[in-house]
Each structure stands twice: as C-alpha cells, then as structure tokens.
Write a protein that binds this ligand. Structure first.
Ligand code: ARG
Length: 283
C-alpha cells in the first residue's frame, strides 16, 4: 500500500487572524468497563465504579472546557468497545489529516471503524497504515515543537514511524519503551513546551533516554508519581491538567509559571489510562 504524502500541508497555509481554542476529541464513559486485560493495570476483579467514573470524566471535561478554554468534540461510545473512552489512541491528527490507529489487540480493533466514521463525517482526510504495522495514535506519537516523538515496542511498531514521518513530512524520534506498566508513550512522557519534556526515565531504554536528553530540556518524574500517571497530562498553553496524587511534579511546574489542575481519575487508572489518554488533540 502506498502512503499519500501531504504535499502542501493545510496547517501551513492557514494564517491565524486570532487565536482559536484548542480542539479535543473525547468520549463519555457510557459503556466503560473492564472486559479484558491487555496491560498490567487491568485486573478483571478490580472493576471501575461506573457512576464514579462518569463524575470523574465530567470533572475532566468541565476543567478542560470551562477553566482551560478548550473546545471539546464528542464521539459516542460503542457498546462493544469499553476502552473507546481513551480517544488518544484513535489516531494522530495534523490539520485536517488523520493517520488512523491500527490497534495491536483485537479487543480494541473494534474501535477503528467508529473513529474512522467520526473523522470522515467531520471532514478529515483519513490515511490508513498497512495492516501489519501497528500504531496506537497519539498514545504513542506526540509533538514536541515540530518534532514528532514516537514510542514503539509495546503497542506501536517501529515501522509506523517511517509512515508518520513520510506522511506528515516531519522528523520523528523513535523511543523504545521497556516496562509494561508504561506501555504507551503518553503514559511516561509529555511535552511541556516546544523544547521541554516531562518524563519518567525508567520507562525507556538507555538509548531512548540519551535521545530525549540530547534533544530536549527535561524534567524528571519520580517513580511514585509516574505510577499515578503524572506523565499522562494534557498541556494547553500554560495550563496542565494532571491526574491527582502528583504533588511533587505539580509544584515544580507551578514554580515555572504553569497553572496545574489536578483531577481524580482513579476509575480510569484501573484500565491503564488518565487525563491524556481520555483526550485527542484535533489541531
Ligand atoms: N485499556 C486501554 C489499553 O490498554 C488504555 C489505553 C490508554 N491510552 C493511552 N493513550 N495511554 O489500550
């Protein structure tokens, strides 16, 4: 199969006259549950409390829309897709283009047609990867400035990185993930600004750690807070929306002038996700 390279990227042609709100895609947890175990956080005996999960998700939504000023689009959760709430995995969006996810596990592959339909109905050009090349969207690929940082091994295959680079015409830094508890890149690294990342070194192999340090200014998260998904944070301007229970990294970011919003997302941690996993940037 061939990849169509975006020749004249729409995002470069757009001239902003006034700042527009950041757009995000979210999915309310109407069908959320644990029905399988595909990462070490998921234990079938430890079921999420759905009413509590709903209140936690609504609080995240409220903070993002009312306090941070994001514009949130919604996709309806399909009954056969309990993990569809984690919209970060739907694909990677740039302008009106989206590289759709190729989920590793059959349990999540059922989400692909739903996300594809949403993107098509909302005017996106959908690009597919070769079937054998696994890619879990923004969960494993995020921009730090103009550089795409991409994780591989646990969920996404490294072959997806070449397609990302070709399709989006951007440089890609490939980072190997070595610990099953931090199985997506967005569980162990986030971009604080165009040149600074917050990350948990223990999730990466030695070479990846060197690559991160050579390319960016870095802020390290301790293991205790990395286990509470401190790195699964959403950054919009100078505001950071972070899972609760991470006071150390929160105060370091506040000391740099960031406004940190903490949200209790305990019911989503039971599936191995938190704030970032529950949102997808629609640039
Ligand atoms: N239970 C989901 C899975 O294992 C959680 C996905 C979390 N998403 C993320 N972007 N890290 O696939």
């Amino acid at each position: 199969m061939s990849i169509t390279v975006v020749q004249e990227p729409e995002w470069e042609r757009q001239v902003d006259t006034e700042p527009r709100p950041t757009r995000l895609l979210m999915c309310a947890p109407t069908q959320y549950a644990l029905r399988y175990e595909i990462n070490p956080w998921m234990v079938l005996e430890n079921q999420p409390d759905l009413p509590l999960a709903t209140r936690q998700w609504q609080e995240l939504y409220r903070i993002l829309t009312e306090q941070v000023g994001a514009q949130v689009e919604l996709i309806e959760q399909a009954p056969e897709a309990p993990d569809m709430v984690f919209t970060a995995n739907a694909g990677l969006v740039r302008g009106r283009y989206v590289l759709l996810a190729n989920f590793r596990h059959p349990q999540r592959q059922v989400e692909e047609p739903h996300f594809r339909r949403w993107f098509e109905e909302n005017g996106y050009h959908v690009q597919l990867l070769p079937v054998g090349c696994k890619f879990e969207g923004e969960g494993d690929a995020l921009f730090v400035g103009d550089t795409l940082v991409a994780g591989y091994l646990k969920r996404s295959d490294i072959c997806s990185h070449r397609h990302l680079s070709d399709y989006l015409a951007v440089p890609v830094l490939s980072l190997e993930l070595v610990d099953d508890r931090w199985y997506h890149l967005d569980t162990c690294l986030f971009a604080l600004s165009a040149d600074t990342v917050v990350y948990y070194p223990g999730a990466f192999d030695a070479y990846a750690r060197t690559v991160i340090q050579n390319h960016f200014e870095t802020i390290e998260v301790c293991e205790e807070e990395a286990l509470r998904f401190a790195c699964n944070s959403v950054v919009i301007g100078n505001q950071v929306v972070m899972p609760a229970g991470c006071p150390r990294i929160a105060s370091r970011l506040e000391a740099r002038g960031y406004r940190v919003h903490s949200v209790d997302l305990s019911e989503f941690l039971k599936a191995g996700g938190a704030a970032k996993c529950l949102t997808l940037f629609l640039r």
